[in-house]
Design a protein around this ligand. Structure first.
Ligand code: ATP
Length: 239
């Protein structure tokens, strides 16, 4: 499959089981919310998906590439937005992207075209010349998402990308990323503990105490009930 496939992943920190038998897949063009309370194992799963940790059990495929057997190919098809901001605040938006493009071996006209395209996609084209320091938190995050798209990944991973943002910025960013999945065919995995970031048509993986508690489209799981209530009910029942 050309999206993201996680099969039977397990991970322990010493005796502490962080993930056990975790399996799910996200198809191209789908937005999948990875929802879990603190300690559920989201950060550990992200570390495994991005190759920061290696799983002793199970397999991960990114755009058809096994992350253990073909790490370079797998990571080349992946864009990542980490929880902690990583922009150089003294550079402009465009300079931050140009630097990243150069790291990917892109320069000149090709880099400029991709930077323009990515900023445009995130509604940031008009801010290309502004220093990152002058941007609000939401626009900084959008810049990071644009940067993560420069090498044209098939799979985009975002680890709680809206932490610390106000409601309007959160809504704008979730909208933009939903559109990237829908219109550009990107495979999106969006880790969060905020249920209002999930649309009924999204795929939803609920992670709890290192296990997948539910995997379905959000609307099918809730049957129209508020997701917050369903989520709290499920995680309490399994506690
Ligand atoms: N270095 C470590 N050593 C021991 N246990 C750890 C370590 N890192 C995480 N854990 C434990 O593994 C489990 C999963 O942690 P993880 O950080 O992946 O969860 P999370 O869902 O990302 O939580 P949060 O949202 O708080 O980051 C938790 O019980 C946590 O206490």
């Amino acid at each position: 499959m050309s999206g993201l496939e996680v099969h039977n992943i397990g991970f322990r920190y010493g005796a502490k089981v962080a993930l056990e038998g975790v399996s799910f897949a996200v198809e191209p063009g789908r937005f999948c919310a990875l929802l879990g309370p603190n300690g559920a194992g989201k950060s550990t799963l992200f570390a495994l998906l991005t190759g920061l940790l290696s799983a002793p059990e199970g397999t991960i495929h990114v755009a058809g590439h096994d992350i253990r057997r073909e790490p370079t190919k797998a990571l080349a098809r992946m864009g990542v937005v980490f929880q902690q901001p990583t922009l150089d605040l003294d550079l402009t938006v465009a300079q931050n992207l140009r630097y990243f493009a150069a790291l990917q071996g892109l320069s000149g006209r090709e880099a400029a075209t991709r930077i323009e395209g990515a900023l445009d996609r995130l509604g940031m084209a008009e801010r290309a010349g502004e220093k990152a320091r002058a941007l609000n938190g939401g626009h900084r995050r959008r810049t990071e998402i644009a940067r993560a798209l420069l090498h044209r990944p098939a799979v985009l991973l975002l680890d709680e990308p809206t932490v610390g943002l106000d409601a309007a910025s959160r809504a704008a960013i979730t909208d933009h990323v939903h559109r990237l999945a829908r219109e550009d065919g990107l495979t999106v995995l969006w880790a969060t503990h905020l249920t209002d970031e999930v649309d009924p048509s999204d795929d939803l993986v609920i992670l709890h105490q290192g296990r997948v508690l539910r995997h379905a489209t959000a609307g099918a799981l809730t049957g129209g009930a508020p997701l917050t209530e369903v989520f709290l009910g499920l995680t309490r029942a399994a506690a």
